[in-house]
Design a protein around this ligand. Structure first.
Ligand code: NAD
Length: 420
């Protein structure tokens, strides 16, 4: 099929899918239907800027499939967002939701904007305008949004409020990742990072490494990276390296995770935390450690980086941090680096988003312990399935995880027919 989706991130999602399709012997006839998104929406979002100008921002939303339920996925505000990247992220969401056995198809959206260049007022205008443009195409049973890079609980509150104003009633179930008190769930803020740490412990356990003996390096220190670092440190793992878009730090004696988080919350990033222990951001990934958690953007571990890695576990908090070429290098190295693939490793976010949606639909809210307990049980189920499948078929954890996801979507499509 000829399509408008292009770019390195989309190519990566396409290549990965074809590896899985070959592995599962999916007939040619089924492949385009499984891979290409059902629907893509591109909108112009004009807003008033503080200086009186009107500026127009490009907004996107991709609904990969609706076979298992509404589309579900985050909204990214980043300068270089384009339709190819959003489509790739929606496709990964599909395999992720199916792996976790959630009643969702994959969705993803975004606006091409650097949110840090906007005032709070401009950010609110843009968030509301984006949601308003999306109203004809989304709904609690059609497409449920969530936060991603560059968006947060406040942006979700503006999305929910804008949608609700147009309906004339409060509709909390239109987005997840909202503030607690406006229909948000306890545990959502830390869910993704908590899941990354939880699964890293499962991997360390499988390798026979005690958390208190282990070291970690975390790339990216936003929602996912900071909570992954806190989760790892909570059980005694020593954080020896950390980076964000502004700076990288490395100290084999260990960094103070809580102080780093406090600094990042106060100033917006890690720069200025310390004049010492800085390191080149790329070199950080080469340092020996037990757990390397890429929690920033796509494609930060390419083939070159993969050749130099000296970690034992890669816990993929980000979506798509490891390129297919890097996967091939890791397979050739054959030295047992244990990869927890993104669609498993960061699935805690969408699992708790699902819990939030269920609570909103029922207007019945759970305690934090209930949320975390159900989250850990869900992660353990997926973990056991992926590890068993990788062993049974002699394939990588990524191939096993994606195969489970793709297979579930394929089965549902076969059972239902061509429409969804
Ligand atoms: P965020 O905006 O809160 O934080 C992103 C972090 O990455 C920031 O610290 C930023 O400075 C850093 N960063 C950006 N470019 C970098 C680079 N080149 N090197 C090092 N650091 C860099 O975003 P987030 O919500 O934490 O999302 C991070 C990743 O996790 C994304 O890939 C996202 O799709 C994925 N993810 C997020 C969630 C969630 O619940 N938020 C769920 C699943 C997956």
């Amino acid at each position: 099929m000829k399509s408008l989706y292009a770019g390195p991130v989309f190519e990566m999602a396409r290549n990965q899918f074809h590896v899985i399709a070959d592995h599962l012997s999916i007939p040619e006839d089924d492949r385009d239907r499984l891979l290409y998104p059902k629907r893509a929406i591109v909108v112009s979002c004009p807003i008033h800027m503080d200086d009186g100008r009107t500026e127009v921002f490009a907004g996107y939303r991709v609904q990969h499939h609706l076979t298992l339920g509404p589309a579900k996925g985050g909204t990214r505000f980043a300068a270089n967002v384009d339709i190819g990247e959003i489509a790739a992220l929606a496709i990964w969401m599909s395999w992720k939701c199916a792996l976790a056995d959630l009643p969702y198809g994959g969705g993803k959206g975004g606006v091409a904007v650097d949110p840090r260049a906007l005032s709070l007022n401009e950010l609110e205008n843009l968030s509301r305008r984006y949601m308003q443009e999306m109203i004809p195409f989304v709904g609690p049973r059609v497409d449920v949004m969530a936060p991603d890079m560059g968006t947060n609980e406040q942006v979700m509150a503006w999305f929910m409020d804008t949608y609700s104003m147009y309906q004339g009633i409060t509709v909390p179930e239109i987005v997840t990742g909202k503030p607690v008190g406006t229909g948000g769930t306890l545990g959502r803020r830390e869910a993704t990072g908590h899941g990354v740490a939880f699964l890293a412990f499962r991997a360390l356990d499988a390798l026979g490494v005690a958390p208190t003996e282990a070291t970690a390096i975390v790339q990216g220190f936003g929602n996912v990276g900071s909570h992954a670092a806190l989760g790892l440190a909570a059980r005694g793992v020593k954080l020896i390296g950390v980076s964000d878009a502004s700076i990288a730090y490395y100290d084999p004696k260990g960094l103070d995770v809580r102080a780093l988080v406090a600094h990042a919350v106060k100033t917006g990033d890690l720069a200025g935390y310390s004049g010492q222990a800085t390191i080149d951001a790329r070199t950080l990934l080469d340092q020996p450690c037990d757990v390397l958690a890429p929690c920033a953007i796509e494609r930060t571990i390419d083939a070159d980086a993969a050749r130099r890695l000296r970690c034992r576990v890669i816990a993929e908090g980000a979506n798509g941090p490891t390129t297919p070429e890097a996967d091939r290098v890791l397979a050739e190295r054959n030295d047992g680096i244990f990869v927890i693939p993104d669609i498993l490793c960061n699935s805690g976010g969408v699992i708790v988003s699902y819990f939030e949606w269920v609570q909103d639909l029922q207007q019945y809210f759970w305690s934090r312990d209930e949320v975390m307990d159900r989250l850990e049980r869900a992660l353990d189920r997926s973990w056991a399935m992926v590890v068993a499948r990788a062993k049974r078929d002699g394939v990588s954890n990524r191939t096993a995880a994606m195969a489970i996801g793709v297979e579930r979507v394929q089965k549902a499509k076969h059972a239902r027919g061509l429409f969804p």
